[in-house]
Design a protein around this ligand. Structure first.
Ligand code: ADP
Length: 470
């Protein structure tokens, strides 16, 4: 079984390796216990079995020494490795060789009894638990070599007979090979099953991850939809409120004018009527301007939403542009008590959309006046490495850190409960304009400590773009 999906196959390989490692570690631990028991069994065999099987050749001291010392030499390395380094390849091979040598020792201690040879077959079957054919090879090579060597030099120790039989080791090797073939076939079968399990697990896991991703995407879409609905509601309520204020004023001014003109003394009090008319016209003008600004913001908002905010670059003398905007707002600033302090670099020419950049500065400056708490406002401009930096700092109510993420959102007004007017679109539109000029609009602020807003825009953003494209 295999999946065309590369990441599933990679995951399956990981699961397979993990499973294999668990099996190796578990088998190492089992062998550590088994080998300690075999060590003790070897000593018992030297004491109780050896005297009966070795007959006249029995040398008690030699046998007990062999069981104690040779047994320790053979078994100590694999047991140590199995305890301290379980799961390693070298541990498995030390265990296999140790187990084969221990079989040889037990056969020797039991005087080559045929029954003890079954220990070899049991050992190979146990080694099969590793599900690693290479381990069987290590053990089999040692066993066959031992049979050959002792069979020719000390047949009594391995076959229990004194007469040398040159080809008997081949018969044993044949049986070992026979068992190995079966164990290796079973091992391969079981590894195939392990791979299939790993693949299925990887597939299930991948499907779960993908489902999770789908659910996440759905939740995100739902959140965006809710945001859009909330934003629409906010838009309706803010818009209604912001349009109502100037319209109410206009209505009131019309009523006052109407009443004044309808009064009996109207014809006689021409001067009074003229003064009143002048005042009313100024107020009307200011309310109409406010309405126009609101409508302009709404139009810009929908253009940005449609990705159609037009930008028409032209040559702009930055200091002159700033001074023009500042002069327009000086009176309003002074009325609210704010002094405007300027630090402006002269003679810098940029290639920007004049109207749009003016709109950004106007917005930042009018915010500084609105939220500046009547304290002084510093405006700076400098240019370095063909990038202009314009900053506007006020010392007013500031923006609390948790609200920092909100102020560039459309229709977001942090201080909407105050009398200060606004649609909550100014910064949203300003940021879009600055970004269209390949620049950035940033700010720093703390609640109660005023705010510093600054923009950084390349002096010639569109040339940069054409150079890049060409
Ligand atoms: P608005 O039309 O409400 O001024 P903006 O998009 O310009 O909309 O600003 C969004 C919100 O960010 C404002 O409602 C205000 O709460 C906050 N804000 C903007 N500038 C400042 C400032 N200089 N100091 C404190 N708060 C500010």
């Amino acid at each position: 079984m295999s999946f065309p999906n590369v990441s599933i196959n990679r995951l399956a390989e990981k699961f397979f390796r993990e499973h294999e490692n668990v099996i190796h570690r578990r088998t190492d631990r089992t062998f550590a216990v088994l080998m300690i028991l075999q060590y003790l069994a070897g000593i018992l065999a030297a004491i109780f079995v050896s005297p009966n099987t070795w007959g006249s050749h029995f040398d008690g001291e030699l046998q007990i020494r062999a069981a104690i010392f040779l047994g320790a030499i053979i078994l100590a390395p694999p047991v140590t490795l199995a305890i301290f380094f379980p799961g390693r390849r070298i541990t498995r091979h030390f265990v296999a060789i140790g187990q084969a040598l221990d079989s040889a020792l037990l056969i020797h201690l039991c005087g080559g009894r045929i029954e003890t040879h079954f220990h070899i077959f049991g050992s190979l079957a146990f080694l099969g638990f590793y599900r690693d054919w290479r381990v069987l090879v290590s053990a089999s090579v040692v066993i066959v070599f031992d049979h050959y060597y002792r069979g020719t030099h000390w047949p009594l120790s391995v076959y229990g007979v004194a007469i040398e039989q040159p080809f008997r080791w081949l018969e044993h090797a044949g049986w070992i090979l026979f068992e190995d073939v079966f164990i290796i076939l079973a091992t391969n079968q079981s590894r195939r099953e392990m791979r299939e399990i790993a693949l299925r697990r990887a597939y299930v896991e991948q499907v779960a991850v993908e489902r999770g991703r789908d659910i996440h995407a759905l939740e995100e879409a739902k959140r965006q939809l809710n945001d859009a609905l909330e934003s629409k509601d906010a838009f309706m309520s803010i818009c209604g409120h912001e349009l109502k204020t100037p319209l109410t004023s206009l209505n009131l001014q019309a009523q006052i004018a109407k009443r004044a003109l309808a009064s009996e003394n109207a014809e006689r009090e021409t001067e009074k009527i003229q003064n009143l008319s002048r005042k009313l016209i100024e107020q009307t003008e200011s309310q109409v301007k406010r309405l126009l600004r609101l409508v302009q913001d709404l139009l810009d908002h929908s253009r940005i939403q449609m990705g159609k905010l037009p930008i028409t670059p032209e040559t702009v003398e930055v200091a002159a542009l700033l001074r023009e905007v500042i002069e327009r707002y000086r009176e309003q600033a002074e009325t609210s008590g704010s002094k405007l302090l300027l630090r402006i670099q002269e003679g810098i020419v940029a290639h920007w959309d004049r109207f749009r950049i003016e709109q950004v500065i106007t917005n930042l400056l009018s915010n500084a006046i609105k939220y500046g708490d009547g304290k002084e406002i510093e405006i700076t401009f400098s240019a370095e490495n063909d990038v202009a930096r314009i900053s506007i700092r006020d010392h007013g109510i500031g923006i609390a850190t948790p609200d920092h993420g909100k102020i560039f959102r459309q229709f977001e007004r942090l201080h909407h409960h105050t009398h200060i007017a606004g649609l909550g679109l100014g910064l949203y539109i300003s940021r879009s304009i600055v970004e269209r000029h390949r620049g950035q609009l940033r700010f720093e602020s703390e609640k109660g400590n005023g705010a510093l807003f600054w923009i950084e825009i390349p002096l010639r953003p569109y040339e940069m773009l054409t150079e890049k494209i060409s």
